[in-house]
Write a protein that binds this ligand. Structure first.
Ligand code: A2P
Length: 354
């Protein structure tokens, strides 16, 4: 499919699938904020939400139940309703002529589907066949920081531990953490449904299903998706993904082993010129990235940059980013913007300053 047919239009018919979810609501917020050129807007969720109303740019829209016939006339469909909904409905959207930007893991490793972080591989949108996949949130946030380093020296290995907020597990999971706070304050029993354990006053080193190799699905997503996005089947990523009692924004402690040494000074220089990234690295003033600083922000922050004293050619740093925005909704909308933009603008917007 040729991406260029969309570039001939002035405004687009957009559908949001999963419009009532944490990411779906943020889609609306970002489309409004960035003044995405919308002609008609259709909002879909499950039967449960049918008839609910939401306001977008001062107009009230009614949530409709998602069906296989929901996509007639749609140009761009933003999906964030879980993998099984994507698998079932995305092919119908494509058949109706829409381009799907899918936030689930359903198609990420499908060789016929580009997996795109606009700061890392915007050129990959050119070969889509109707579906473009949005990577996992932790992968997106990590790659915004890895890309400027990789352009300077090839990265061989990545060791990463994540500190992931409750909202990464969806709107209901975030509500569960808030309810645990209320119950604790009231001296009531704390109920646990969405997470495996009580999250309040705890950290849970378990996100997604355990695999045969001892890693979890979330951890293997970071391994596999990084290879696909960077077009590098030799890069090795070892991740430990941890849920922490924070509402918004994921943080990551990252060590990279590079082919050539990248000094902390050089890394600061590379990070400072990188799109989507803000350098916050001033230990004298106790300034470093934190979730309370990055929540609801578009840019990820990077700091705590230092030479790893346990390895050669190894650099440590700490990244924090709003995983609902850059880790999901914003990245998907940036992909949609690439679809409607012309190539020069794409290159300039996501070019790393050198
Ligand atoms: P609903 O609110 O009607 O359940 P989150 O990840 O924040 O929990 O959000 C999931 C989103 O996916 C919600 O908008 C939810 O709608 C939607 N969703 C879940 N199951 C379906 C389904 N079978 N069909 C359409 N949308 C669904």
């Amino acid at each position: 499919m040729n991406v260029n047919h969309l570039r001939q239009k002035e405004a687009y018919n957009v559908a949001i699938v999963g419009a009532t979810g944490a990411v779906g609501e943020t889609f609306l917020n970002i489309l409004e904020q960035r003044d995405f050129p919308i002609d008609t807007l259709k909002l879909y969720a499950s039967k449960r939400s049918k008839g609910k109303q939401v306001t977008f740019k001062g107009t009230t829209y009614t949530i409709e139940e998602l069906t296989e016939d929901s996509f007639a006339g749609i140009d761009i469909a933003l999906f964030s309703a879980g993998g099984s909904q994507s698998k079932q409905y995305a092919p119908h959207a494509v058949k109706a002529g829409a381009i799907v930007v899918d936030n689930s893991s359903a198609f990420r490793l499908d060789p016929s589907v580009p997996l795109v972080v606009p700061e890392a591989n915007p050129e990959d949108i050119a070969w889509h066949n109707g579906i473009i996949a949005n990577p996992n949130c932790t992968t997106i946030i990590m790659l915004v920081a890895l890309k400027p380093l990789y352009d300077y020296s090839r990265i061989r290995q990545v060791f990463v531990s994540t500190y992931q907020s409750a909202s990464g597990a969806g709107a209901q999971a975030m509500e569960e953490l808030k309810q645990q706070v209320r119950s604790w304050v009231a001296g009531e029993d704390i109920s646990v449904e969405k997470f495996q354990h009580q999250l309040l006053f705890n950290v849970i080193p378990h996100i997604d299903k355990f695999q045969d190799n001892g890693y979890t699905g979330e951890e293997m997503k970071m391994f596999n998706e990084t290879r696909k996005i960077m077009h590098d089947d030799e890069i090795r990523v070892s991740a430990t993904c941890v849920r922490i009692p924070v509402l918004y924004s994921h943080s990551e402690s990252i060590s990279v082993v590079t082919e050539n040494e990248i000094t902390p000074e050089k890394a600061r220089e590379l990070f400072a010129g990188a799109p989507g990234l803000e350098l916050v690295d001033n230990s004298d003033e106790f300034q470093y990235p934190m979730p309370l600083e990055t929540q609801f922000q578009d840019d990820c922050q990077v700091g705590r940059i230092r030479k790893n004293i346990a390895g050669d050619n190894t650099l440590n740093f700490w990244v924090s980013g709003d995983q609902i925005r850059k880790g999901a909704a914003l990245n998907a909308i940036q992909i949609a913007e690439l679809l409607i933009d012309d190539t020069d603008k794409i290159r300039n917007r996501f070019k790393t300053a050198s």
